[in-house]
Design a protein. Structure first.
Length: 589
């Protein structure tokens, strides 16, 4: 997508720097456009280079949006997302770094485990949803308490109108430089001479500052200079791309050389094809690659994850090897080997025949052909084993490992249904002496991402972010086993997390299948621990060690957590029952 944008787009920017307006301010102010029938580009915008198709506005934080219309009189610009998911780009957009402003009524995003009825002030955002969860954009004038009574959790509030999410369009305005008077008079606008202030004045395009008509030679010189600059810029970009690719390979080889003493076996791409029988049996596909079944010998089977084209400098690949390669724990999947053959990269893991936990926590209302649920005693065993694996990552390694993608799909099960945590592509290493980690962008899976990862208003990103994801996993284990109420068609009610909380609060039994004595106690324990783990603020969640201790106990002394679904009951940031001070630290490279 980045290559496509570079090839097909132009760069527009506001001229706010005096260096761009040295000499005669009227020189180089001619109108331009991307194509014959394209948008008219004039002050205070400039064309960066000539594209083939779209006109792209390059906003802060490398957000690229297509320009639909520019109104120079009202000083407004209308944009839309060519990828048809503007909601995914808004979190990266920081208008404080530009002179663009947005005065629309704010909108709140909610993550819901069940579909909502249609309302005019609510809009479904399909591109942000995931399996079992839907994301809705809601106007702030709507009765938000109504949503908090539904199976929904608030994700974030954005200063953009509901129209932005409904139509995939964004309208921005600018006030500096103020040119609307010039445009209204049919004159052009430019910076005043002899001043470094962003003060504009009006002028006739056909006259320069001395009143002499511009000559065609001037236009030719300007056009020729611009063409030379574009060629030089393109060659420089080509050089940077080639250099970055070389640096990426050198960096990877240096990492592998430094890791030589403890790293797993390195295989060639030809070995990978032989191991997988030319990629004959596909096991699954994730966000970073495709997994195939392979065989090292007649008795040793493996799972081979072939990575897609690596982004940046191969961070995901190095992340997986550098993180999981040094881990040896019964509840963490073992890395057998890897392949780094040119641009081809793959990771080889031990093969686990029972797939992931997701397979065993399907709702009981699933189709007749779905896999049967396992016993509650075994589910408790899986929950405890997963917690011990996370505890090892957080406290048992030389450096603290934060996973950032705990979910049922990433909990694999061996032949005895022992859980093993996998997929460390999003993991981060940090010092064990510190508690929080700085991140430049949100990471994880919608529905399992902790609130502070999406918005720092809820606290600092830390090991407690994994606790939130683990809590959602526990509640999904419980919620997926609740029996449907034959007297109601409102499936969202019995599947909602709040429904679970309300029943526990009233001391009522959850409607689950009971096969053995003690099943009800196990379910109650898993639900209460899960609810403690999904408290909104990180400091109000237990540590993974406390979680493990609660799961190891009989659950008789567990108290119900504060209601995480009621805004009025949301714990305050300075009220921490666990007494942890989360100091911000940097990621370990």
């Amino acid at each position: 997508m980045q290559v496509r944008v570079l090839e097909m787009s132009i760069l527009l920017f506001l001229v706010f720097f005096p260096l761009l307006s040295l000499g005669h301010r009227l020189e180089g102010c001619e109108d331009s456009s991307c194509k014959n029938d394209g948008l008219i580009i004039q002050f205070p915008f400039r064309l960066s280079h000539q594209p083939k198709h779209y006109t792209i506005l390059d906003l802060p934080s490398s957000v690229h949006l297509v320009v639909e219309e520019i109104d120079y009189v009202s000083q407004k610009i209308n944009l839309y997302d060519p990828d048809e998911c503007i909601s995914a780009k808004l979190p990266k957009l920081n208008l404080s770094q530009s002179n663009f402003r947005n005065a629309d009524d704010p909108t709140v995003l909610f993550n819901c485990s069940a579909p909502l009825a249609y309302y005019y002030d609510i809009h479904l955002v399909p591109c942000l949803g995931s399996s079992g969860y839907k994301v809705y954009a809601v106007r702030t004038t709507f009765l938000l308490k109504f949503l908090l009574s539904k199976p929904c959790t608030k994700i974030h509030q954005y200063p953009y109108s509901l129209y932005t999410f409904r139509k995939n369009k964004l309208q921005l305005n600018w006030s500096i430089p103020l040119c609307r008077n010039c445009e209204f008079k049919g004159m052009d606008c430019g910076f005043k001479n002899g001043t470094n202030l962003l003060e504009a004045h009006c002028f006739n395009r056909t006259m320069n500052q001395k009143g002499i008509t511009k000559q065609p030679l001037v236009a030719g010189v300007i056009l020729g200079t611009a063409l030379v600059c574009i060629i030089v810029f393109s060659l420089y970009q080509l050089y940077l791309t080639s250099r970055n690719e070389r640096e990426s390979r050198v960096r990877l080889e240096k990492f592998l050389e430094d890791y030589k003493a403890i790293r797993p076996t390195r295989y060639s791409y030809a070995d990978i094809k032989k191991i997988t029988n030319d990629f004959n049996e596909k096991l699954g596909e994730g966000s970073y690659g495709t997994v195939y079944k392979g065989r090292l010998s007649s008795e040793i089977y493996v799972a081979v994850k072939v990575l897609r084209d690596s982004k940046g400098k191969g961070e995901e690949f190095i992340n997986e090897i550098g993180t999981i390669g040094r881990i040896h724990h019964v509840n963490v999947v073992r890395l057998v080997g890897f392949c780094a053959d040119g641009f081809r990269r793959a990771l080889i893991y031990e093969y686990l025949p029972n797939d992931s936990l997701e397979r065993f926590i399907l709702p009981v209302s699933s189709s007749p052909g779905s896999v049967s649920l396992i016993s509650w005693n075994k589910l408790q065993h899986i929950a405890l084993g997963t917690a011990r694996g996370i505890e090892y990552l957080h406290q048992g390694c030389d450096q603290q490992i934060l996973h950032f993608d705990i979910k049922p799909q990433n909990i694999l099960l061996d032949h005895n249904l022992n859980p093993k945590i996998c997929d460390f592509g999003l993991a981060k290493l940090c010092s064990k002496e510190k508690s929080a980690v700085t991140m430049t962008a949100a990471r994880g899976t919608i529905g399992y991402i902790a609130p502070e990862v999406l918005s720092r208003n809820f606290g600092k990103v830390s090991h407690k972010s994994d606790i939130y994801s683990y809590g959602m996993l526990l509640l999904e284990m419980v919620g997926g086993s609740i029996k449907m109420d034959s007297k109601t068609n409102n499936q969202s009610k019995v599947n909602s997390l709040e429904w679970i909380y309300r029943h526990l609060e009233k001391g009522e039994e959850l409607k689950i299948r009971i096969e053995e004595e003690g099943d009800g106690t196990i379910v109650r324990k898993l639900a209460i621990v899960g609810l403690w783990c999904i408290q909104w603020h990180p400091i109000d969640r237990p540590s993974i060690k406390e979680v493990t201790q609660m799961l190891e106990g009989d659950g008789s002394h567990l108290n119900l957590s504060p209601n995480p679904f009621m805004a009025s009951n949301t714990p305050k940031l300075n009220a921490s029952p666990h007494g942890e001070d989360l100091d911000v630290i940097l990621e370990i490279e």
